[in-house]
Write a protein that binds this ligand. Sequence first.
Ligand code: IN0
Length: 348
Amino acid sequence: QQTLAQDTSKKSCYEFLNMTSRSFAAVIQELDEELRDSVCLFYLVLRGLDTIEDDMSLDLNRKVELLRSFDQIIYQKGWTFNENGPNEKDRELLVHFDVIINEFLRLKPEYQKVIANITKLMGDGMADYVSGEHRENTAIATVKDFDLYCHYVAGLVGYGLSDLFAASGLESKEIADDKVLSNAMGLFLQKTNIIRDYREDLDDGRQFWPKEIWGKYVEKFSDLTKPEYKDKAQACLSDMVLNVLDDVPQVLTYLSKLKNQSVFNFCAIPQVMAISTLALVFNNLDIYHRNLKIRKGQAVKLIMDSKDMDHVVSIFRQYVFEISRKNEATDPNFMKISMAIGRIEQWI
Ligand SMILES: CC(C)(C)CN1C(=O)[C@@H](CC(=O)N[C@@H](CC(=O)O)C(=O)O)O[C@H](c2cccc3ccccc23)c2cc(Cl)ccc21
């Protein structure tokens, strides 16, 4: 039986959810009763972790200590955090984190275990990265480093969600066994965001593109914004898109295994947004100057159309075709992109 106080604290968790990400919050709230609270709290715990990792005003040792112990912090009733810089986007969440912890502690133990396990792995991964990033400014040197970073911040989210889906009984255990597919679901979203956010991150003094790729085209990461490097910048961008296209077959395979409608919608919507964003940024040099977002109307249409696998496959086919149309024979990566598209078309 739920007391009034418990009901209030649950409601405020959804208020925090809506504060952190309106459009995605709505998709989480459409989830089956059995999964809604655990996914909502998983999302909020991850936001808490992200708010600490993102805060450049935090002392490095303090940040590392918090990241590595966040999996224990989420069990500490009453814990709140007031040391975030004033302009940290979601600092409010950590100021009231005791409410999140209360609700987390009311989840079934197996859901708590999944969330705490991923929080530990992610917190350690982030701590390793920020320590390394501190030593030299390109912590993401190789494509391997790029895959590892994206695994920590997004691939692990796929692991955790697949574990929650299986634990709820709404999806088969198999969905949680195939870590490669769960990882690809996160990598596709995160890598597409990293391409889209080039300018925003550059202005924040952060760079996530692997030097093994951009170093083939320019000396300095910021040279990509200069008109005299226009052709190099375009080739570099298509090289980055090429790297992301390899995750598409695994994303489609994962989605095709889902049985529950609300889980399918929850997983498919961000993926169709991402393939749409990827087609938008491909061969579009504006990404070096401003943040590109797909138009609201298009996003709404994608959400409406992503209700089943056939529709999702046809959306992917449409955007992969758009990328193929934009692919230029003069681009040094032209053939590799054509082959990556060929591999995807076998699937769709
Ligand atoms: C870094 C990230 C990609 C994992 C962030 N991430 C997502 O991007 C959200 C979508 C989102 O937040 N979109 C923003 C817009 C934007 O940021 O571009 C919105 O406001 O709509 O979706 C993912 C997400 C949803 C469904 C299945 C997933 C499987 C593996 C990994 C992540 C999965 C997400 C699920 C959870 Cl539980 C937590 C975080 C995320």
